[in-house]
Design a protein around this ligand. Structure first.
Ligand SMILES: Cc1ncc(COP(=O)(O)O)c(C=O)c1O
Length: 380
């Protein structure tokens, strides 16, 4: 039987491997692995979330296809009315849903690499093309080339991550306004916005304030509240990073009103499972505690950055996210990644892609993770 032609040549997405697989392959206990390769939250879920999961009422009943209770909590959290909100099995599902809803075979999206690899992957999965306009050397956007590509290729959707993965830079508000003036739908991916700080907001040192201070969780930088006022802005967010729910798969988005009816009828009816929904609601009910975890990670980000600056063969980039991109100088970056994993059980991300072959990306972990990583980097 012949499969769809475009799928035969589609390169597979390279996923990150979970603890148990790494553990078996390396013969190391999961506790002996330092996992800094997927921007997960090393502190895991809050005790209150664990309790809510243990006491879950109706795992034997199909979930609410409209995720009503969760969308209500999300409306409070984001300040966006629930009629604009849709929940998915990770932001990943919503990315795919958008592509399926908009793209006829042969049509195109626009993306600005280096960035999240799922944008071209999902486009190609849907028999569409991804027009790529590379970022400049400092990872900022090349606006004149974006404009030219919009004129020439008429992409329907532009995908832009802020903070961007893998460099962690935020898009300037003026640049974002310029993108929104283009004749296309802008999908702003704010998967890491909870880790970003407005320039004037100084993060108080947690050493001086051991209980931490509540982060605003990106609220002052997010553009999500603009969605109801605009026709061409979509904002995607996730619980995977700041809330530590990567393994449960739960994300959400705010969409223009004209688009929501078609999304509702195109999504799988039971796309969000009961456990994910319970965990997300419990996380939102304890958002101040999570904000302290985010502050801990932001404090550790500073320490990690300082430590990486002390490694002579690395040039770390400033970041607004829970990872740090480093240029590797005078060493083979792929080999560095392999040696860290095999000899020290430390996992970092290497991208075998044009423009990124001399780089590694390191997620921010706990202070003990930083110590193990830095020791290993010094020995290499
Ligand atoms: C920029 C970006 N968007 C979206 C996602 C996917 O998020 P989720 O786990 O909610 O599918 C990731 C995950 O790595 C990401 O880096």
């Amino acid at each position: 039987m012949k499969i769809r032609t475009h799928l035969a040549s589609l390169p597979p997405y390279t996923p990150i491997e979970p603890f148990e697989i790494l553990s078996a392959r390396l013969g190391r206990e999961p506790s002996q692995i330092v996992k800094l390769d997927a921007n997960e939250n090393p502190y895991g879920i809050l005790p209150a979330v664990r309790k809510a999961l243990a006491e879950m009422d109706f795992p034997h009943i199909y979930p609410d296809p409209e995720s009503r209770a969760l969308r209500k909590s999300l409306a409070q959290f984001t300040g966006v009315d629930e009629e604009y909100l849709l929940v998915g099995s990770g932001a990943d599902e919503l990315l795919d849903l958008l592509m399926r809803v908009f793209l006829e075979p042969g049509e195109c999206i626009l993306s600005c690499p280096p960035t999240f690899g799922m944008y071209p992957f999902d486009a190609e999965l849907n028999a569409a093309r991804c027009i790529e306009i590379p970022r400049k050397a400092d990872f900022s956007l090349d606006m004149p080339s974006i404009r030219r590509a919009v004129d020439e290729f008429k992409p329907k959707l532009l995908f832009i991550a802020s903070p961007n993965n893998p460099d962690g830079s935020l898009i300037e508000p003026a640049m974002m306004d310029e993108l929104l003036s283009l004749p296309l739908l802008v999908v702003l991916d704010e998967a890491y916005i909870e880790f970003a700080s407005p320039p004037s907001l100084k993060t108080p040192s947690l050493a001086k304030h051991p209980r931490g201070t509540a982060s605003d969780l990106g609220a002052s930088l997010s553009r999500i509240r603009e969605v109801p006022e605009r026709e061409n802005l979509i904002v995607l967010r996730t619980f995977s990073k700041w809330a530590g729910l990567a393994g449960l798969r739960i994300g959400y988005g705010a969409f223009p009103k004209w688009l929501t009816p078609i999304l509702w009828k195109s999504k799988q009816p039971y796309n969000v499972n009961v456990a994910a929904s319970v965990a997300a609601q419990a996380s939102l009910a304890h958002v101040q505690e999570l904000a302290k975890v985010v502050e801990l990670l932001k404090t550790e980000r500073k320490s990690l950055l300082a430590a990486l600056q002390g490694i002579l063969y690395l040039k770390p980039y400033p970041t607004q996210s829970n990872f740090i991109l480093c240029k590797v100088i005078g060493k083979d970056a792929a080999e560095l990644k392999t040696k860290l994993a095999q000899e020290y059980g430390v996992f970092i991300r290497y991208f075998n892609k044009p423009g990124l072959r001399d780089y590694i990306r390191i997620s921010v972990g706990r202070p003990s993770d930083t110590d193990v990583l830095i020791e290993a980097l010094k020995k290499l």
